[in-house]
Design a protein around this ligand. Structure first.
Ligand code: C2E
Ligand code: MG
Ligand code: MG
Ligand code: MG
Length: 290
């Protein structure tokens, strides 16, 4: 009996596992044709300065609208794109589209806006990543200073010499670099001395509970001071409430990004915000700041 039960349990798990594999294979096949079928889109989420409340930049976030599946979230398909290598052609589409959009905003006479693009480890380790970025900037006519690449701490697990050389070349080109989801990796902090990045992005998991959880609060404050002591800027992601915003402003965080100001929106919607001069209402004058 025990044997039977054991066998059934075993079969149950393998069925679940094979369904999961089937699901991934199926998604991968659909994803393969997504770019050419026009199913990919970028959403743009504004980043806002806590100094003056103005929109200081935006992050391009990939959206996949499949005719049968509906909207598939990046959390579901980015890992599949990474494992299958599809992230390379898809990432090329993302970078090109984001740069073209930023250039179009410049041409429309809007205040220059730095557009941030997420780059997976797999993309960053391509042989010609520097040439790829340079070529895309040149072909779209976007000045390098208006492009930011969001990298993750998982790069530290890779060939550190190669990663350092690549970040240095991108920096000398004038491109901005940031570390996304900062604090969630398992890296040592010493890499911060070698990677010449501009900005640390405090992960939203710390921001979410920083007003009720003393550990999260401590981490957020520590990252702000670490960033500033190393002469980096610091932005908090996942800022959802006025209280979040106020706390971060009081503690000297430079920028915020999150639903409190705006969810990711279409290019047209972001353009309308820029034209309207939409700002974050900041209640504090600078004298109140610590
Ligand atoms: P991320 O780069 O850390 O992006 C921030 C995520 O937080 C986005 O989720 C955004 O919609 C969400 N978010 C923004 N504000 C708030 C808020 O106030 N509250 C909450 N709860 N969430 C908020 P999204 O768009 O689902 O993207 C998830 C992840 O997928 C991204 O995390 C990024 O790692 C990856 N991703 C998205 N687009 C691309 C891409 O073009 N290339 C690559 N390689 N990765 C991408
Ligand atoms: Mg990001
Ligand atoms: Mg993030
Ligand atoms: Mg993330």
């Amino acid at each position: 009996r025990a044997k039977e039960l054991g066998r059934n349990t075993y079969q149950f798990f393998t069925r679940e596992m094979s369904q999961e594999i089937q699901r991934r294979v199926d998604l991968e096949i659909k994803l393969r044709g997504a770019a050419s079928a026009g199913q990919l889109q970028l959403a743009y989420q504004p980043k806002v300065s806590l100094k003056d409340g103005c929109i200081s930049g935006c992050e391009a976030l990939l959206r996949w609208h499949h005719p049968e599946l509906g909207v598939v979230s990046p959390g579901q398909f980015i890992p599949i794109a990474e494992d299958s290598g599809l992230i390379v052609p898809i990432g090329d589409w993302v970078l090109r589209t984001a740069c073209m959009q930023a250039r179009a905003w410049m041409d429309a006479g809007l205040p220059p806006l730095c557009v941030a693009v997420n780059i997976s480890v797999r993309q960053f380790l391509q042989q010609d990543v520097v040439a790829w970025v340079a070529r895309t900037l040149q072909e779209t006519g976007l000045p390098p200073a208006w492009l930011e690449l969001e990298l993750t701490e998982s790069l530290i697990a890779e060939d550190i010499e190669q990663v350092t050389a690549t970040t240095n070349q991108l920096k000398s080109m004038g491109v901005k670099l940031s570390i996304d989801d900062f604090g969630t990796g398992y890296s040592s902090l010493s890499y911060l001395k070698r990677f010449r990045v501009d900005t640390l992005k405090i992960d939203q998991s710390f921001v979410r509970n920083m007003l009720s959880d003393i550990e999260d609060e401590t981490i957020v404050l520590a990252v702000i001071s670490l960033a500033h002591n190393l002469k980096f800027r610091v932005i908090a992601e996942g800022v959802e409430t006025e209280q979040h915003c106020r706390f971060l402003q009081l503690n000297g965080c430079d920028e915020i990004q999150g639903y409190y100001f705006s969810k990711p929106v279409t290019a047209a919607e972001l353009e309308a915000m820029l034209r309207d001069g939409r700002q974050l209402p900041l209640r504090l004058d600078s004298a109140e700041r610590r």
